[in-house]
Write a protein that binds this ligand. Structure first.
Ligand code: SAM
Length: 221
């Protein structure tokens, strides 16, 4: 566990300094995140054997940030979005397809993308490989429910990231995450709360960003 903690800490430290293996051309596309977040996503997938899951893809900038340049490290990647609960709607889906083709074509079948409502998605059927890095950036009104849907396919331990931690909107992501943590099968071993000074803070961590290492809760004796 100490090695994983040190690895996540190093990934966070490097992202603060805008250091990662993210290729320059893959870091420029329009997305709902800051440069620090892009580097962090990339660093989190830089460990050989990574199985990555992203819920909430929009136009693909975060998925590209996580995967581009990590072709040798990521064994399998999964993404899910229904592209209907978003201001840009299906236009974002078309953009996603183009970005995937431009930046992630090398992944082939190692990247599986599902156009589906995550709340009715058959997680166990479609995600056979245990996920060790999970990024939740889908609807934050239902963060608790959304995160809990994927808990059973996470490795033990695993890394989870959640965007919008400081919630400059009507929902309270931190409170929802705490609920997911208390109701779900996993507990937090260590967490990092990465700040923003305003909504969509391009200099810091956008709307605040959360990273945690989770492990399975022990069954009560
Ligand atoms: C904030 S955007 C994701 C931004 C993206 N990660 C980025 O950084 O560029 C949220 C995405 O979650 C998707 N989403 C919201 N509710 C969903 C649901 N119930 N099932 C699947 N996707 C959903 C939306 O369609 C939208 O594309």
């Amino acid at each position: 566990m100490n090695r994983l903690i040190a690895r996540v800490q190093a990934a966070v430290d490097a992202a603060w300094k805008h250091e990662s293996g993210l290729p320059e051309e893959a870091s420029q596309m329009h997305g709902l995140m800051s440069m620090k977040v892009r580097h962090l996503l990339n660093n989190m997938c830089a460990c050989p054997g990574t199985v990555y899951l992203e819920a909430g893809l929009w136009a693909g900038a975060s998925l590209v940030a996580a995967l581009a340049g990590n072709e040798r490290n990521v064994r399998q990647a999964y993404g899910i979005d229904n592209w209907i609960d978003c201001s840009s709607g299906r236009g974002a889906k078309d953009l996603f397809a183009r970005q995937r083709q431009q930046h992630l074509a090398n992944y082939g079948n190692r990247l599986k993308v599902f156009d589906h409502d995550l709340f009715t998605f058959d997680v166990a059927k479609h995600i056979p490989e245990p996920v060790n890095v999970f990024y939740y950036d889908a609807t934050h009104y239902r963060t608790t429910e959304g995160v809990l849907r994927f808990m059973d396919v996470l490795t033990d331990p695993c890394v989870i990231m959640v965007d919008d931690w400081q919630s400059y909107a009507r929902y309270d992501v931190e409170a929802q995450w705490r609920k997911a943590e208390s109701e779900g099968p996993c507990e937090v071993v260590k967490e990092w709360v990465l700040p923003s000074n305003k909504k969509d803070d391009a200099e810091l961590w956008w709307c605040g960003f959360y990273v945690a290492i989770l492990k399975r809760k022990q069954a009560a004796a």
